[in-house]
Design a protein around this ligand. Structure first.
Ligand code: MLT
Length: 254
């Protein structure tokens, strides 16, 4: 049985699969979609949290992304994931190594959750099912965005807030359960044999720089880009800096 996936497909050329974070949607990539399609690439960005059910696993999100590429007749892609999208990218690389031309891992990490982190997710699920997404937005914005973004970029703050508030609490809950159940990807890192760009915000309290240094150290052909004046949402907070890192990296591959 097929599933419906909402997605953006923009530009022509080698494909870049853009996998969003939690609890966001593909609109978080709009600056990268415009940039990449203007640079001769084809940007594909699915919404990942649309499945019905009590859990959406990282494996399902990766398989759904591969099914989308099948539908679009795309053999392989550079796979770029931010945070939860990074976990999906790890699963995608594990399941479909031949379809991965390169990896971009932004604001993510390899290890699985601790018991405490799982409990925190389940508490958040109860809260969002009972109260909706507004309180989640209020509580998480100061961690998602750097102080400078919060003070100087009201449009970015508003966009991030709107994505969270618009998210369906049952889809977000299912994704939280999927993240809690995800495996430890640390053992996968040394097996990655494609060029990899690791990106992190200097001020990310959610997935700090040390998580990215670990990935850079374990993945053979990798480099690390630290984005200043950004926390978790590097690609939205500092789109110029994020985009600037892409062409050199993509030229290594294509
Ligand atoms: C995300 O931005 O996707 C989340 O912070 C990931 C997570 O909760 O582990």
């Amino acid at each position: 049985m097929g599933i419906d996936i909402t997605y953006t497909d923009s530009g022509q050329g080698p494909a870049i699969l853009l996998l969003h974070g939690y609890p966001f949607d593909r609109s978080m990539w709009s600056e990268q979609i415009d940039f990449l399609s203007g640079q001769g690439f084809r940007a594909i960005a699915p919404d990942l949290m649309g499945r019905k059910g009590t859990i959406i696993t990282m494996d399902q999100m990766a398989r759904d992304s591969a099914a989308l590429l099948d539908e679009l007749k795309i053999e392989d892609a550079v796979v770029c994931g931010l945070s939860m999208g990074g976990y999906v990218a790890f699963e995608f690389a594990h399941l479909f190594p031949a379809r991965v031309r390169g990896l971009i891992l932004a604001g993510t990490r390899a290890p699985a959750d601790s018991e405490q982190e799982k409990q925190t997710r389940f508490q958040q699920c109860e809260k969002m099912l009972a109260e909706g997404m507004e309180p989640i937005a209020d509580a998480t914005l100061p961690k998602l965005l750097a102080p400078r973004t919060l003070a100087e970029k009201p449009d970015v703050v508003a966009r991030v807030r709107e994505m969270i508030v618009k998210a369906d609490p049952s889809g977000a809950t299912a994704a939280q359960h999927g993240m809690a159940a995800r495996r430890d990807y640390s053992g996968d890192l040394a097996k990655i044999n494609v060029q990899t760009l690791v990106i992190v915000g200097r001020e990310d309290p959610i997935r700090p720089v040390a998580d990215s240094e670990f990935m850079r150290d374990q993945i053979h052909n990798s480099r690390l880009e630290i984005i200043e004046d950004a926390a978790h949402m590097t690609n939205m907070e500092q789109p110029e800096a994020f985009n600037q890192a892409l062409p050199d990296f993509l030229r290594l591959i294509h």
